[in-house]
Ligand binder design. Structure first.
Ligand code: 5AD
Ligand code: SF4
Length: 489
């Protein structure tokens, strides 16, 4: 453990102004509070972090859990914990509804447990209407923060304890990034690493650019330093995270807030440097926007054995007309050419995607184009979403919103095609022996373990806990839809 976190700073008179020292100071103050509380009540205080949404949120939650562990809270998965934090998603309307469903019952639990605190953070909190609703209908929520100040959790808890009223701090844009505070990883052997934040693409249906702000890349120095430390700590696989990793390097933001532009250093260069780090054996990244996927990136993917031959390449729709209305900036043909190019250079590559059904104005013909792309691109996996109207996005104001029954019918047809295509795709590895990074004991059968191929395909095979975190060769005996049953060689 980093010795800085053992340092007692609570006797300092004023909090340091620079980060991460300021947060370490507040972690220390909160830790003193928790320690005293434990002495007084004779029991630990517990926390639960409930995460909705994407990999970025999952990674942000690891930061929250790292801070809470340092403070001295004990983790539990029960929503009756003394501190419950919801890390929210707002990409689709049902994600918002889900949060309110969780919050309602907590009012009573809070009355029963006066120590209980409720925190809300993440994308949904970046929306002013949501904050208004929390203020009026859920005033028992203690702490509200957004996507740009996750690192300030200890300071916000301290303020809540000392100011004795709800603390709401949501920033429109990031003032700085602080990525060097403790993180508690879900898996000791693999980790997400933020390489950039925000999005500048403004796809017309998407709320992300409004809630995550403008695109900002972390400097290569900061990223490589973080990955070196992870490798020293036993991490073998890193997932480089960004809404649009292919445009990495246009605007840099560093821990010291200096922003500079280095146009010669982009995502392919970063990937090459990450592959040079000893101990890192697998490198993944997501998400790639098709419009920015360069030949140089394909070359680097092909030549670097550590880069997993898997690309998540959201198509969203197969219709050129709909893609234009979505502001995706590629046509059906351009997308398919890109897929061909990837397969030509890396014949075994696995390609996955996201597809939205029922975007305003989508006709049966447009939808047929989507089915056509799914057949031609031969995805290993496709994530399908019913179009959700997000207030404030250009698509929400478009005419011709599609009726629910039409969407449902299309959605079912799409799912069935994807099911057949990906089952067929998965089979291409049947009978081969491939390296698998073992992740956990199988959830259904304790005599099996579960891991992943570089293609991201799940493999179950007989094994025990000693294999977790290791990369072992497994014969892929039988493809069962999206996954394999195998046998260690
Ligand atoms: N409705 C439905 N799906 C959406 N996505 C983003 N915004 C919306 C929306 N308004 C999907 C896209 C994106 C994935 C993360 O979520 O497919 O790639
Ligand atoms: Fe949303 Fe498009 Fe940005 Fe992805 S690239 S986060 S879909 S605006």
């Amino acid at each position: 453990m980093d010795t800085r976190f053992d340092f007692n700073r609570s006797d300092l008179e004023t909090p340091p102004e620079t980060e991460p020292d300021r947060q370490l100071y507040f972690i220390d103050l909160c830790r003193n509070y928790i320690r005293r509380k434990k002495e007084q009540d004779g029991k630990d205080l517990t926390y639960a972090v409930i995460t909705f949404g994407c990999q970025m949120n999952a990674h942000d939650s690891e930061k929250l859990r790292g801070i809470l562990d340092q403070i001295g809270y004990i983790e539990t998965d029960s929503e009756e914990a003394d501190l419950v934090i919801y890390n929210t998603c707002t990409v689709r309307e049902n994600a918002n509804q889900k949060l309110y469903g969780h919050l309602g019952p907590l009012k009573k639990k809070k009355q029963e447990n006066p120590d209980m605190m409720i925190g809300l953070c993440g994308c949904m909190m970046q929306e002013p209407e949501v904050i208004e609703k929390i203020r009026t209908s859920y005033s028992y929520v203690d702490i509200v923060f957004g996507t740009h100040n996750i690192y300030k959790l200890a300071e916000l808890i301290f303020r809540r304890l000392t100011e004795e009223k709800s603390v709401i701090e949501v920033l429109k844009e990031a003032e700085k990034t602080v990525e060097t505070l403790p993180q508690k990883r879900k898996y000791p052997f693999k980790s997400g690493v933020n390489i950039m934040f925000g999005c500048n693409n403004f796809c017309s249906y998407c709320i992300v650019p409004y809630v995550r702000g403008r695109e900002r890349s972390r400097t290569p120095e900061d990223i490589l330093e973080e990955i070196k430390k992870l490798a020293e700590d036993g991490v073998k696989e890193v997932m480089l995270l960004g809404q649009n990793v292919n445009s990495y390097g246009t605007n840099f933001i560093s821990e010291s807030e200096i922003i500079n532009v280095r146009p010669a250093y982009g995502f392919p260069e970063l990937l090459e440097d990450v592959c040079r780090i000893p101990g890192i054996e697998r490198v993944r990244f997501m998400t790639s926007h098709p419009k920015d996927l360069s030949d140089r990136l394909i070359e680097v993917m092909k030549k670097e054995p550590k880069i997993c031959k898997h690309i998540h390449l959201p198509v969203q729709s197969g219709s050129t007309g709909i893609l234009k209305k979505m502001n995706r900036r590629y046509s059906k043909e351009q997308y398919l050419l890109l897929v061909d190019k990837l397969r030509q250079k890396m014949p075994d590559i696995s390609i996955t995607t996201d597809i939205i059904v029922g975007f305003p104005g989508e006709t049966e013909e447009d939808f047929q184009d989507t089915l056509d792309v799914v057949s031609k691109a031969a995805y290993d996996q496709a994530f399908t979403f019913v179009y959700s109207k997000r207030t404030g996005t250009p698509a929400a104001a478009m005419e011709d919103q599609i009726p629910e029954d039409v969407i449902k019918d299309r959605f079912d047809r799409l799912l069935s095609l994807i099911h057949d295509i990906s089952a067929e795709q998965t089979k291409r590895f049947q009978g081969m022996t491939k390296p698998v990074l073992v992740e956990e004991i199988n959830r259904q059968d304790k005599n099996f373990v579960t891991g992943r191929l570089e293609y991201n395909t799940v493999v179950h095979f007989p094994g025990d806990a000693s294999l977790i975190g290791q990369i072992v060769n497994v014969k892929l005996l039988e493809a069962k839809g999206f996954y394999f049953i195998g046998e260690m060689e």
